[in-house]
Design a protein around this ligand. Structure first.
Ligand code: OFO
Length: 168
């Protein structure tokens, strides 16, 4: 059975995943509104993934006989003013999430809760992928010219992201 500390940490992480989804939703809506259909589409799909992560935590808590506590989700903050800011926000959010996931891994190790430790390994791996993905976005915008990128370069990037494959 889950300890109260682990149960609380898993619930907090569940809400954090929902918050991650809100961040992606906000960035996606902004991008789509600015005419970047492909980027918007990519970010909307990712908002979905974060929602799936939220469900993974929820189901795990239930399966281990814990209590799920659905809480309020914070607002995602103000809109970015350009694509560079948009991708920065996504990257920062992923780095912050990794820190929080590592804390739970450490906690489960300290408590010798090997089931939770094992469950968390999926997220450890996932965060490596997601940080790489968001770093790639930052690279792409840099190559396109950063804040000085031309409309053509951004449209090219938009097209590229539209067809980018989804993950789990
Ligand atoms: Fe973007 O990651 Fe969830 O966990």
């Amino acid at each position: 059975r889950l300890s109260k500390t682990i149960e609380a940490a898993l619930n907090a992480q569940m809400t954090k995943e929902a918050y991650a989804s809100q961040i992606y939703l906000a960035q996606a809506s902004w991008a789509a509104g600015e005419g970047y259909e492909g980027i918007g589409n990519f970010l909307f799909r990712h908002a979905h993934e974060e929602r799936n992560h939220m469900m993974k935590f929820l189901e795990y808590i239930l399966n281990r006989g814990g209590k799920v506590a659905i809480a309020a989700i914070a607002a995602p903050g103000k809109n970015p003013s350009n694509l560079q800011e948009c991708f920065n926000k996504v990257f920062e959010q992923e780095v912050d999430n990794t820190t929080s996931i590592y804390k739970i891994v450490k906690m489960s190790m300290d408590e010798e809760d090997w089931a939770t430790w094992n469950f968390m390994q999926w997220f450890v791996k996932e965060q490596v992928e997601e940080e790489t993905l968001s770093l790639n976005l930052l690279d792409k915008i840099k190559i396109a010219g950063g804040e000085k990128a031309t409309d053509e370069a951004l449209l090219e990037l938009d097209k590229e992201l539209k067809s980018m494959a989804d993950e789990a």
